[in-house]
Ligand binder design. Structure first.
Ligand code: CMP
Length: 152
């Protein structure tokens, strides 16, 4: 089984719009396991590291202002093909392409304030998890209902 971990962040607008529970619930219902979860303020140096691939783009400065503007909820989610699965649940970055049924398709109308971030590859997931979490903040544990989520 290809078990992976992905970094997922519910952004300032998710906290301010009181939809953290709804978003988290979609990941839980999918069968993804929460291995780490914390509320935090992203400071500018962390925001710059996290979004370094976007440095220089027109939307970069507003993006840094937005992500540092209010607390976020950061988490590590684990499961079979967790990286691709979370990206599909989250939906497309270009909001006009985010399909109904996805988090962004259902809850977002503007490309920047898109309520949630999810790693786009194994490399990004490894990098982003290490940026936001110390190793001892990430828990490995068994859940009894896993035999029903992964029925052999
Ligand atoms: P995220 O998945 O966190 O990755 C980069 C973020 O930059 C993205 O979500 C949006 O919040 C933002 N973003 C990406 N493209 C644009 C854009 N064209 N205009 C404004 N913001 C953008």
């Amino acid at each position: 089984m290809a078990v992976e971990r992905s970094f997922v962040m519910m952004k300032p607008d998710a906290v301010q719009r009181c939809i953290v529970g709804e978003i988290l619930s979609r990941f839980e219902r999918k069968g993804l396991k929460i291995c780490a979860l914390k509320m935090m303020v992203v400071d500018r140096p962390l925001a710059q590291k996290h979004y370094k691939e976007h440095a220089g783009k027109l939307f970069y400065e507003p993006l840094i202002r937005y992500i540092t503007s209010s607390p976020v909820v950061a988490m590590v989610l684990e499961g079979e093909h967790a990286i691709a699965s979370t990206r599909r649940l989250v939906g497309a970055t270009k909001i006009e392409e985010a399909l109904p049924g996805t988090i962004r398709g259902d809850l977002v109308i503007h490309t920047r304030s898109n309520v949630v971030h999810a790693s786009d590859s194994k490399k990004s997931a490894t990098r982003e998890i290490a940026l936001f979490f110390a190793p001892d903040e990430i828990l490995s544990y068994e859940k009894d209902l896993e035999r029903w989520v992964y029925y052999e």
